[in-house]
Design a protein around this ligand. Structure first.
Ligand code: KIV
Length: 306
């Protein structure tokens, strides 16, 4: 029997469609750096999203609006390196940042190409429905797969009046269904449904041939996506209804860093096993010799790096 493990098959947009058709759930998660990318890929995530949520969880802003395209490219490239080094199976999607695709389809195509060429993404995600049909068409025609995103679209937070559940009223729900169909018709290969009633997400999912990826959209979507920091429990003060904490890493970080600080203060870290040694380096007490002696050490080097 060979000790080699079979190469891991890369997840493509076609594999995601196959998963929907086969009724296999799609697990998506965000990542913003190489280490996180390697870990989530090894844990089996099908899709890694470099979300502009990094504006909040990495940069400390209170919205995604200040995130620039350059920053999205930078983080995407880091995630790509992490995936590649780890043997990368997951499908990599990068968010088009606020302002990079709204003004014109030409700008949108250029922004999408940067995320692919410089950031190593396999697809881009953009927020919006029927109004973005032409933008989606143009990006797809340029050879870049597009993931749609409707419902609560954080880049429109000021228009929406806050981070509120969308599509609760019948007319709004109809509008979102039209948005989803329009995105599919324009060539999107998947669509994120954020913070909409589970009943609506079920209808949208049943009516589309492309996979739906839900966040705060109930259990009937073809897949789910969560912000990595949220599912790891890195911020104990952030507990919206749609997030389940699958770990308590915020607490674990507090315990680990607290132990480190205590050991530094108590001088128990670093111990001998964390230290390097050299038989040719010795300390010369100040009173044992003058400058001349230190210039010509006998039997050892004084002050040499270890
Ligand atoms: O920016 C992001 O992380 C996202 C997901 C939450 C869908 O858009």
């Amino acid at each position: 029997m060979s000790s080699q493990t079979a190469p891991r098959k890369r997840v493509t947009i076609h594999e995601l469609r196959r998963m929907k058709e086969a009724g296999e759930r799609i697990a998506a998660v965000t990542a913003y750096d190489a280490t996180a990318a390697r870990l989530v890929d090894a844990a089996g995530a099908d899709v890694v999203l470099v979300g502009d949520s990094l504006g909040m969880v990495v940069q400390g802003h209170d919205s995604t609006l200040p995130v620039t395209l350059d920053q999205m490219v930078y983080h995407s490239a880091a995630v790509r390196r992490g995936l590649t080094r780890g043997g990368g199976r997951a499908h990599l999607v990068g968010d088009l940042s606020f302002g990079s695709y709204q003004a014109s389809p030409d700008e949108a195509v250029k922004a999408a190409m940067r995320l692919v060429a410089e950031g190593g993404c396999e697809a881009v995600k953009l927020e919006g429905g029927q109004d973005y049909v032409e933008v989606v068409r143009r990006i797809v025609r340029a050879g870049v797969p597009v993931m749609g995103h409707i419902g609560l679209t954080p880049q429109s937070v000021h228009k929406l009046g806050g981070y509120l559940v969308q599509g609760k009223e019948a007319d709004k729900a109809q509008g979102l269904l039209r948005d989803a169909r329009a995105l599919e018709g324009a060539g999107c290969y998947a669509v994120v449904l954020e913070c909409i009633p589970a009943e609506l997400a079920r209808i949208v999912t049943a009516q589309l041939r492309i996979p739906t990826i839900g966040i705060g959209a109930g259990p009937h979507c073809d897949g789910q996506v969560l912000v990595l920091n949220d599912l790891l429990g890195l911020d104990e003060t952030f507990a919206p209804k749609f997030v389940k904490r699958f770990g308590e890493l915020g607490r674990a970080v507090g315990v680990a860093v607290g132990a480190y600080v205590s050991e530094v203060k108590a001088r128990t870290f670093p111990a001998d096993e964390h230290s390097f040694h050299s038989s040719t380096v010795r300390l010369v007490p100040a009173e044992a010799g003058g400058e001349d002696e230190r210039d010509e050490p006998t039997g050892g080097v004084v002050g040499a790096p270890v």
